[in-house]
Each structure stands twice: as C-alpha cells, then as structure tokens.
Design a protein around this ligand. Structure first.
Ligand code: ADP
Ligand code: MG
Ligand code: MG
Length: 869
C-alpha cells in the first residue's frame, strides 16, 4: 500500500483516503490556486498505526523520507538548510470535518540553533522567535499533553507585566525569554526536553495526530454526530507560509456567503501580522474582510476571485482559510461551510435561481438532520458555548431547546404551568396518564426508555423537546429531588434541555426561535416534486393535523383513537365500559363515547377533506385504562357506583402478565365487537354529516395487530354490516377502505392471503420490530445501547430500519401483497416512517407512502426526495 500522497497526486474524490482537508488541498492545487506544497499521510496509515501497536511502520517511514526529499526539491528548502530553512505544519483532517477536535502544529522544524539563523536570514528576530514560541506551545500541548494553561498563564502574565496589548508588539528579546521559559515547562511537566531534531519532531507530531483520533473529545464528538469510529484521520504535512512576518502579512477565515442567513455576500475576518488560529481564538479583534480592500487592494481582488472560483467549482458555499505573506496570498483550506438550516435553504434557492444547481441538486444539498432547526427553537450557539456544564446526556428523543424549572410529576407540571411558570417535566418514565403534564411542560426528561418510549413518541408528536434514557439521573419523585453525578437538583431549579443532542444543562440558556420562510416553502415544493413516495402524518389533534398539513403532508397515515379516550370525562366512560357488570351500563358508556368519537372524527375529517385519513381502531391493552393508585380506585368506585372490593376484583381479572402481548388490538374486538362497531359508526356518521355539508371525505379504517386472516375477515364483516345499516338508514352511501396494520411477523408470512381481503396495508414498524426481535420496546432501552456500542447491533432497530431482517420481511410482504392485488395501497407508519435512512430503503420497494409525526414531515419529505434523486 501507498501511505503518502503528494498534494499533486490527490483529488477531491479521494476524501476517504486523504481526509477532507487533504483531498481539498490536492483539488485546489490541481485548480492552480496558490496552495503551499506538501503531502498527505492516509487515513489507512492512521488505522494501521492504531491497530498495530502504535508504531510507525518501516514502510511508512521510508515513504516519509522520500516525500520530504521531494518537498525539498520542489520548494528549494530543507530541514537542515541554513539559508532556505524548511518549516512545516502538521495538520489533522478526517473524512468528515471535526472542527476543533483534532490538533494542528505550526512552524515545525525550528530548534535552538536554526531559529537564530532564521532571525539572521530574515533580518527579523521578532518573527523568528514568534514562530518558535508558537511551535513550543503547540507541540507541548498536542504531543506531550502539557496543559494549555501552563503556557498561557505565563504568556498573559508576561504581557501584562511588560505592558503589551497585542502579541504582535512583543519584542524579539522578550520572545526569546518566553521561549526559554517554555522549554523549562517541558522539563517541569514531562521531564524531557523539547526535541531539537526536526525529523524527531515530525515523527512525534504525526504519531500524536494519529493518537488524537481516539481522545475523549473526538470520541464524544463522533458519538454525537454519528461519525464512525473506525475511519481514522489523515495527516497533512505542508510547507509553512507566514502571516506573522509583519504588517504586510496576515491570516484570516472567510465564508463565501453568510452562514447564518445565507445572504450572498463574502463573510469573513482577518488579522494582520498573525498566525494560525489567532483569528478564531479571539486574541485580538479581527478586521472585517472588506477592509482588506483598503489595505491591500490587489490581494483583496485576488482573494475575491479565488472565493468565486472555489464556490463555482464546488457548487456550494465554501469556508476558506487563507494567509498572506508579504502581500502574497495563500489558500490553506476550503470546505463546504457549516450553516444554519435557514441559510442552507436560502443558499440552495439562490443557487437554483442562478442556474448553478438544478432543483434536484439543491434538494440533495440540504441535510435532513438540519431541517429540525427550522421547526424547533434552538439554543443560541454563542450562549451554549459559554455553558460548559453538561449535567447529563441522554438520548435525543425529540428535537428542540427549552429552559424551565424542574418538576417531578404531571400534576405539578400542570399546576405550575397554569400559574404561568415554564416547567421541565422530569420523570423515571411517562405513561398515558401524564399526557396533560407533558402538554403543559416545555420539555420532558426521562431516565428510562429509548427513543420510541412513550415519552419520546408523544413528545415528537407534539413537537416538544424531549430527552430520554438519562440513566445517570436518580429521581426521587417523593422528595421531589434528582441526584446526578454532578450534584442534586430540587423542584424549581432551572435546567435547559437540548432535544437535538440529548444534553441537559443546569441553568438558563438563551434560545432562538423557529420561523417558516418563503424559501422553506419553495424548497419543500422542490422536494415534493422530486419524490416518488408520499408523506403522510401520524396525528389526531387539530393542532397537530394543522401543523402536518402546513408542512405539506398528503394525508393522515395514522389516527390513534386511544389517545382520544384519555381526556378526564372520556376516561370515566371507558372505565365504565370495561368495568361495569351489566350490559346496560356498558351500552350506556359506549353510547356516550360514540358521541365524543363522532365529534372527534368530524373535526379530523374536516381538516383532511379530500385527503385520505387512516383511522386505527382501538389498539392498547385494556389495563392502560384502569385506575392504579388507591386514590384513583376510590374515585372510580364512586363514579361507577360499585364497591371498592368489586372494583378490585374486576381489575384483578383484567390483569395480564404481559399486556403488550395480551388482550389488545383486534383481539379486543373479537371479544368485544361492539367496540369496533361503535368506532365504525362514529367514523361513518361523521363522514355522512360532512357529506351533507358538501365535504367528501375518504376514511380508511384500519384494524390493528392482525395475525390471522380470520381475525380480519370477521371484524371486516362486523364493520361492513354496521356501515351498510347506516347507509340504508340515512339513504346515502359512503366511500371507505378497510385494511390492516402489518405488525406481527405472522401477518407478513400470510401477506398474500391477507391482501386478498384488505384494501390497504400499513406497516406498524414499532410493534413489528418488537415482535420480530422479541425485544420489548419498553425494556430494550436497558441493553440496546450496549448492543450498539459493542457492534452486536449496528443501529437501534427502533430508530433505523434493520434492513437485513425486518427490511427483508417488509420486502417479502410487499411483493406478495402486490402479486395478489397490484392496486393494494401500502404505507409505513410508526417511527421508522420518519427516519431518513429507513425511507431510503422503503423508496426502493413498491410502497406508496410513509407516515410520521407532523414535525418530522418536512424531514421525511426531504429524505424521500433525496432517495429518489
Ligand atoms: P483546523 O482543522 O482546526 O482548522 P488547520 O489544520 O486548518 O486546523 O490549521 C489551523 C490554522 O493553522 C489554519 O487555518 C492556518 O491559519 C494555519 N496553518 C495551517 N497550516 C499552515 C501552513 N502551512 N502555513 C501557514 N499557516 C498554516
Ligand atoms: Mg482549518
Ligand atoms: Mg402497534
């Protein structure tokens, strides 16, 4: 294998091997731009180094020698030369940019002897010793892990004592003193001297960059950004150019467009007589890029040309690092600039307008992940940077950012929110009874459960910030207190929650709010034009449905009727139905519920109009409706007018060992057909009522958890009979479909037979995943994390489709169903319906639509478009 590539040998397409920085340096050199010469040690060399005992191999060292020789030949400089001293930078650069995670060393090659020569040759001792003190500091930090403060504290103190405002003012003699002191720090901190041989420096620096791939910061960053741990970093060795060689030199950073608004104006800063990170580190206040036009018009003009050239070459906004040495411009880095989602949309739109990008290309340029920013408030990045104290990290279950006072029960959340407080609901987990508290809270934090736990699903549905699985938190709901590794919080203490990263912070952090721009609308239209799959929403409340339709959903893929039974009065009737002993009481309860449901459905269908709406009939186990605490039981006994003993007995009868595998879904209706009959009646009546107002609706009635054909056909007959009776009674007809949710593996296996009886299928991926793996989704949070860490699973299958297993099951089901009935409508609801990677797979099958929570609709639309282009 070849371990090292000269910049002349590489190109943009070699990012895997050369890293982003190296590949782009090569590309720029190929474009003829002024890039200092150098070479790139590959990511493969890094991986090999880390896997094989952290030793530089003989063959790598041999290639290094010949590359250095080549660099000497092309630059006319050498490590050993008195007159033409070669100094280099050693720069890390992975395939995916990891800003600030890995380190860079500048001015490598200097030592006690040649720094003096450099001073003489350049006739500028200040410059020579400025380079040396920078090298000593960076090398010490990066290679020997000497704390930055060891250098900085002394440096700042020295400046203060001698009255220096700016680094550039420090005299040569004083820089010499500083260098001498820095060398002493080496002896004090690591008991060895700064290596004087440039080749030793280089070898040690290369090893340090390789090793930094595995430091904690880098690991955490990769975890947060889903970057694989095994791709390694490349190392770039590049001839130095000097922005610190006087007032006709400088260094800076520029974006070709404004990265927060997207506005098409050069956006950047620079400092004269400065080097490296001086601009970013905020050592002096940098100058706006436009003032360079006054100071060095020719350089400015050339820079403008370079930025335009780079942007049109990469067809994307560029983030460019440059240095000027004695009025000569050098380009040191370019990459696609990070930007807010808002800027991303504007830039894409402008580039389409200018004919640089096609609509399809524009659609593929915006990251699906970034869309979330547009829909939810986010923490002000500046304010976030100042808040270092992360108290816990959980799973980013539902994006958004919120600050508020901690409360530990839904009741407290409701009460305090009603009193005008902003509250964060912190719970071991949530259950349907907590709904009102969740609605009242700004954000939800749980210690148990994963990203498909109750809290997560409900929060996403509401578009509410939520972090789940914070196993580090120990909540005492009784004492209203939470203990975590860094301390204790009591009710009323303020925390900030970032649902996009899973981080919870102590204290308040400023947020910036979301907005819905014209660019966004236009962009989503392009996405829609480009996609094959339709996107529907999972929603049942008017507020959610409006949000989904606003975002361009094509219909409703899932109305979960059980959510409608949890309001205070309805719960009473539902309990009456389940718990009463007389048929008369049960019927009375159902009649009351029928009234509620008819009104609910009417509101939903009115919002949908012509657009299809799938209503799933009652699904959850009955015990979810039962009272649990003693207090609740007392109240319910009174409400239903039965004795506490009788009630307890009935509750006991209904107890199940494993309710999620118990009496639920269509099984409920096999034993209590009047439940589905009532729901069918509510659906059809509301549709008839709307029809009388001239609104034609298309209800799609869905029977959940079917495992046998007979289950489906029996219930279908019950529903059809009801509908026909209503049609006869009202003298009008209604168009509707009856289909099933595919969520048991058995249903997949008999897909052909089922399809004959069904108008549509909708994959319920949460239950299908749970049942296929045999993982309880409420308990899987306890071990899935470890499974993923240890690569037993590559991804959490509740978050991203398991293509090899469940994906194949879905594929087979779709093929069998379409073979029997080519026009059967097939969709996916459940969490995977909103996941970009899963959508990529669904797009390859004969699936007609995906459905997800309203706030995930734009992301799903974009993912559907990107899967197609
Ligand atoms: P990062 O990945 O953190 O941006 P870089 O490798 O880009 O780190 O280095 C940081 C800065 O160091 C660059 O922006 C540039 O100003 C300076 N630098 C790197 N290499 C050279 C070089 N060969 N000559 C002059 N300055 C350099
Ligand atoms: Mg850089
Ligand atoms: Mg289900």
């Amino acid at each position: 294998t070849k371990y090292i590539y000269a910049f002349e040998e590489g190109s943009q397409s070699m990012k895997d091997l050369l890293g982003g920085k190296g590949a782009n340096l090569s590309e720029m050199m190929g474009l003829g731009l002024p890039v200092p010469n150098g070479f790139t040690i590959t990511t493969e060399a890094c991986i090999e180094y880390l896997n094989q005992g952290e030793k530089l191999s003989e063959s790598l060292l041999a290639e290094l020698e010949s590359q250095l020789k080549r660099l000497s030949d092309t630059t006319g400089k050498a490590f050993s030369s008195d007159d033409y001293l070669l100094l280099v930078s050693v720069r890390s650069g992975a395939k995916i940019s990891m800003p600030g995670m890995m380190d860079t060393i500048l001015n490598l090659g200097l030592n006690d002897e040649n720094v003096e020569k450099l001073a003489q040759v350049t006739n500028d001792p200040r410059f020579a010793y400025d380079c040396y003190r920078r090298l000593l500091q960076m090398f010490g930090q990066v290679v020997y892990n000497i704390p930055m403060a060891a250098f900085d504290d002394y440096f700042n103190e020295f400046k203060k004592e001698h009255g220096y405002e700016s680094d550039a003012d420090i005299s040569a003699d004083d820089l010499k003193t500083i260098c001498k002191y820095y060398k002493d720090i080496y002896m004090e901190e690591v008991y060895k001297a700064f290596p004087q041989d440039p080749l030793d420096q280089l070898r040690e620096a290369i090893e340090a960059v390789f090793k930094s791939w595995n430091n904690d910061r880098a690991r955490v960053y990769r975890e947060l950004n889903e970057i694989p741990h095994d791709i390694g970093t490349a190392v770039n060795v590049q001839e130095m150019v000097f922005g610190n060689s006087g007032e006709r030199s400088g260094t800076g950073v520029a974006f070709t467009r404004n990265p927060s608004t997207g506005e098409n104006t050069l956006y950047g800063e620079y400092l004269l007589n400065a080097q490296g990170e001086d601009v970013v580190a905020g050592i002096r206040t940098p100058q706006k890029i436009s003032t360079l036009n006054d100071q060095m018009p020719a350089v400015y003009q050339q820079f403008i040309e370079v930025t335009e050239r780079l942007e049109s070459h990469y067809k994307d906004m560029q983030d460019i690092e440059f240095t000027i040495e004695n009025e000569k411009l050098y380009i040191l880095q370019t990459r696609n600039g990070k930007r807010t989602a808002k800027a991303a949309m504007k830039i894409a739109a402008d580039m389409v307008g200018d004919g640089v990008l096609t609509k399809e290309e524009a659609v593929s340029k915006v990251e699906v992940r970034s869309i979330d920013q547009l829909l939810h408030p986010a923490f002000n990045p500046g304010a976030l940077a100042e808040t270092a104290a992360i108290s816990t990290i959980g799973l980013p279950a539902s994006p958004g950012a919120a600050t508020g006072k901690v409360v530990f029960s839904a009741a407290d959340a409701k009460e305090q929110a009603a009193a005008g407080e902003k509250v964060i609901l912190m719970r071991p987990e949530t259950s349907p009874e907590d709904i009102e508290g969740m609605i009242a809270a700004e954000a939800i934090i749980t210690t148990h459960g994963g990203v498909t736990s109750h809290a997560a699903v409900v929060a996403r549905g509401m578009g509410k910030c939520c972090v789940t699985g914070c196993s580090d938190l120990d909540i005492s709901t009784k004492e209203k207190r939470v203990t975590y590794s860094g301390g204790t919080l009591s009710e009323g203490d303020v925390v900030s929650v970032d649902g996009s990263t899973g981080c919870v912070y102590v204290g308040e952090i400023e947020t910036v709010s979301a907005e819905h721009s014209a660019e966004f609308e236009q962009f989503m239209n392009w996405a829609e034009e480009a996609s094959r799959l339709d996107v529907r929403m999972n929603a049942e409340t008017a507020a959610d449905i409006k949000v989904g339709y606003d975002f361009g959903a094509k219909g409703i893929g899932l109305v979960r009727t059980e959510h409608m039974f949890f309001g205070a009065e309805r719960l009473v009737e539902m309990r009456r139905f389940i718990l009463s002993s007389t048929q008369q009481d049960r019927q009375r309860a159902l009649d009351t519920i029928l009234g509620y449901q008819t009104a609910d459905f009417e509101a939903i269908f009115r919002l949908s109009g012509e657009r299809p709406t799938i209503v799933r009939l009652l699904d959850p186990p009955l015990h979810e409706f039962l009272p649990h605490t003693e207090e609740e039981i007392n109240t319910v006994a009174k409400q239903l007018n039965i004795t506490i003993d009788a009630l307890n007995k009935r509750i006991e009868e209904l107890q199940e060992v494993n309710p999620m595998l118990g009496h639920r879904g269509c099984r409920l209706a096999i034993t209590y057909p009047e439940l589905y009959e009532m729901q069918a009646e509510a659906i059809i009546k509301s549709v008839m009522h709307l029809k009388s107002e001239g609104i034609e609706c298309h209800p799609e009635i869905m029977i959940p958890l079917v495992a046998t054909v007979k289950e489906f056909t029996e219930l279908k007959a019950v529903i059809k009979a009801k509908v026909e009776a209503l049609e006869a009674q009202e003298g009008t007809s209604v168009s509707y479909l009856i289909g099933t949710m595919i969520e048991t593996p058995r249903a997949c296996l008999i897909a052909g037979q089922l399809a004959e009886a069904c108008d549509f299928f909708s994959f319920g991926t949460n239950d299908l995943t749970q049942l296929t793996y045999g993982f309880s989704r409420d308990d899987a949070g306890k071990f899935i994390g470890e499974y993923v860490d240890r690569h037993i699973l590559e991804v959490d299958p509740f978050q991203t489709l398991d293509v090899d297993g469940i994906g194949q099951l879905i594929k087979m089901t779709v093929e069998q169903a379409k073979a029997v009935k080519p026009d059967i409508k097939i969709g996916v609801c459940g969490e995977l319906g909103g996941d970009a990677k899963s959508i990529q797979f669904f797009n390859q099958l004969a699936i007609d639509y995906v459905s997800c929570s309203p706030f995930r609709v734009p992301g799903a639309m974009l993912a559907a478009a990107q899967s197609q282009v």
